[in-house]
Design a protein around this ligand. Structure first.
Ligand code: COA
Length: 389
């Protein structure tokens, strides 16, 4: 029996900032951001969206009534959680109208956690093939204005339905994990922005990729030639390119060109959204599947997941016949329809998040076209609204 990703759907913001404009505002050369970091646009998440609403907005459009009836596990992976105790998944389950017999949990391990969710969901469905699991990676990447990490911000959520006989990607049971205590990126409980040693973190990422990818080749007796494409966690798209380049010497010149061409497709949508922490690898997968005309059913796709702190995993899946049926086909058009905001407008939105304060607060949500929005806080409780209800 095959088990894997049956559907993928993405949600982000209707707003973005242009990276050339941001570079000029920060006295940097535009090519540093466009080429050196590899980002052309960056999603600007308004205060009316948080990890909960992004997650619900990502999942709702892809779920049928039959899916909702079959889902008995909801995993929300995030490092942008809204509560230190209550799982974001409980709010998301309510907004989505899931039934009461659903196991709902929040997972955390930086950008890696959605992969833990996918692999746990895979095991769950292998035991209960009549059930489905919903896994959502949802985050808002915040390093702070005028920081080196600023051009690697962004935000959004990727929802994935894991089922038996999946439409998109049948996962293999093979994977290699690496987990060690590393202080490359973290966010103390009192911080709303991440602390990061950017250069160190980028080096650790490459070390982890080398370790788990080569470990996978040795464990499964495969070679790089077996892979149609490799997709990466993309905190910024140059990061994945550096990792890919680090293993290209294992491939022939023709294979190298092919892997680089597939990578270009796999980063094309991430270039326009920026970092979304947990969902980033899966936006890259969706980007590959939506924009690469050279893929075929049966192709082996390798996925590298990395979360600072640090944990990495390399795992694989086979592309399924008719995989397009499970994809978020409208995503490129939705990204094209976003509104460009100026740098001052982006800065004002960055500062306008719900305050970490017990006072009642209201958030202007009327311009937010998304179905689920955060409208404020009353009696120290977040207020969520379904604008379609
Ligand atoms: N044209 C083209 N490329 C240019 C350029 C120009 N005019 N100016 C600079 N660059 C290149 C640099 O050569 C460098 O490329 P390289 O990494 O291949 O050497 C790249 O742009 C970035 O320049 P750098 O001076 O290293 O930038 P920085 O000190 O501002 O830091 C990051 C960049 C990515 C380290 C920083 O944005 C960061 O800390 N981000 C968060 C880190 C992160 O996401 N870590 C998580 C890993 S999961």
């Amino acid at each position: 029996m095959k088990v894997g990703i049956d559907k993928l759907h993405f949600a982000s913001s209707q707003l973005y900032v242009d990276m050339s404009e941001l570079a000029l505002a920060r006295q940097a050369e535009p090519d540093k951001y466009l080429i050196g970091i590899g980002q052309s646009q960056m999603a600007v998440v308004p205060p009316s969206q948080d990890a909960v609403t992004l997650a619900a907005n990502a999942a709702a459009p892809m779920l049928t009534e039959a899916d909702i009836a079959a889902i008995d596990l909801l995993i929300v992976a995030t490092e942008s959680g809204v509560d230190n105790s209550k799982a974001a998944a409980i709010y998301v389950a309510k907004l989505l109208g899931l039934n009461r017999r659903v196991r709902t949990i929040e997972l955390k391990e930086a950008c890696y956690a959605a992969t833990a969710g996918v692999k746990l969901a895979q095991s769950h469905v292998q035991v209960h093939p009549d059930k489905k699991a919903l896994v959502i990676g949802t985050d808002i990447a915040r390093y702070g204005l005028h920081t080196p990490g600023e051009p690697t911000q962004g935000g959004g959520a990727m929802a994935m339905l894991i089922s038996a006989e999946p439409q998109v990607l049948a996962l293999t049971d093979d994977s290699v994990v690496l987990s060690q205590d590393v202080m490359d990126f973290w966010r103390p409980i009192y911080q709303t922005t991440a602390l990061v040693d950017g250069k160190y973190s980028s080096n650790i990422y490459i070390d982890y990729f080398q370790d788990v990818f080569k470990g996978y080749l040795a464990q499964t007796s495969t070679t790089i030639a077996n892979f149609k494409a490799l997709v990466f966690h993309l905190p910024y798209t140059k990061m994945g390119l550096k990792a890919l380049r680090s293993v290209l010497p294992l491939a022939t010149p023709t294979q190298q060109q092919a892997l680089l061409a597939h990578f270009d497709c796999a980063r094309s949508l991430n270039r326009k959204v920026g970092n979304l922490y947990t969902g980033s690898l899966y936006l890259s997968l969706l980007s590959l599947l939506l924009t690469d005309a050279k893929l075929q059913p049966g192709d082996l796709i390798g996925l590298f997941s990395y979360g600072s702190g640090a944990e990495g995993e390399f795992y694989t899946g086979h592309l399924q016949p008719g995989y397009q049926r499970g994809l978020d086909l409208g995503l490129p058009q939705r990204l094209a329809n976003r509104r460009r905001v100026s740098v001052p407008e982006y800065e004002a939105l960055f500062e306008a998040q719900l305050k970490l304060d017990p006072a009642d607060q209201a958030i202007a949500f009327q311009d937010d076209p998304h179905r689920f929005v955060l409208t404020g806080q009353i009696n120290e409780q977040r207020q969520y609204l379904d604008q379609w209800a």
